[in-house]
Design a protein around this ligand. Structure first.
Ligand SMILES: O=C(CO)[C@H](O)[C@H](O)COP(=O)(O)O
Ligand SMILES: [Fe+2]
Length: 219
């Protein structure tokens, strides 16, 4: 079962509540929320205040992607605001096990994120502790970028690990996912597709989500 996580980075922020209700009614599985600090990535976006405002609007799991230099400092706040999944970049964590433990202590699911140039080896020691691995398929910071095809090798590698006993993590891919690139992601072993412009950029969100979810069977 392929899950679709529309990224609200491409939503109309002037009517964020109704944008989220729209993708909820259209069959989205998660609401993907990109928190950026202007340090780890060259953009500033969403903080816990917005997550708190979104929480009553939907029952969908809030999938929070932290692109912050010091994620430990904000994990409790995002959890308190209503996050269901919190993912941190391996490149931003000096003590990764401690950070993943901190997320779990808040009673939420924990994910680890890899940039396109980060080797899978860097997250292997944490795979038994995480609920989700998020493979970036663009360099983080902005929506609407081109999918980097070399990450498919990483997804295949992660999928091979996920079949081993003791591992139960989802494989999520984020950046440049559209009906053309989704198929390769699914075939490589991803089961959660993040899509910003490919969902919020379309007038018919139901059709956009269906096209992504069914990408595998289109061949
Ligand atoms: O984490 C992100 C960017 O750092 C976003 O989730 C991602 O870029 C989604 O946008 P799009 O599908 O338009 O590429
Ligand atoms: Fe993201």
């Amino acid at each position: 079962m392929i899950k679709i996580a529309p990224s609200i980075l491409s939503a109309d922020f002037a009517k964020l509540g109704s944008e989220i209700q729209d993708i909820d009614a259209a069959g989205a599985d998660y609401v993907h929320i990109d928190a950026m600090d202007g340090h780890f990535v060259p953009n500033l976006t969403i903080g816990p205040l917005i997550v708190e405002a979104i929480r009553p609007v939907t029952k969908l799991p809030l999938d929070v992607h932290l692109m912050l230099d010091n994620p430990d400092q904000y994990i409790a706040e995002f959890a308190k605001a209503g996050a269901d999944i919190i993912s941190v970049h391996v490149e931003a964590c000096t003590h990764l096990h401690r950070t993943i433990q901190l997320i779990k202590e808040q009673g939420v699911k924990a994910g680890v994120v890899l940039n396109p140039a980060t080797p899978v080896q860097s997250v292997v020691p944490i795979l038994q502790d995480v609920d989700l691995v998020l493979q970036m398929s663009v360099n983080p910071g902005f929506g609407g970028q081109q999918f980097i095809h070399s990450v498919l090798g990483n997804i295949r590698e992660l999928a091979a690990y996920s079949k081993n006993a003791g591992y139960s993590f989802e494989i999520e891919v984020d950046g440049g996912v559209n009906p053309q690139t989704a198929q390769a992601c699914i075939d490589a072993g991803a089961n959660v597709l993040v899509a910003g412009s490919a969902v919020f950029g379309k007038a018919d969100r139901y059709q956009a989500i269906q096209e992504l979810r069914n990408a595998q069977s289109e061949t």
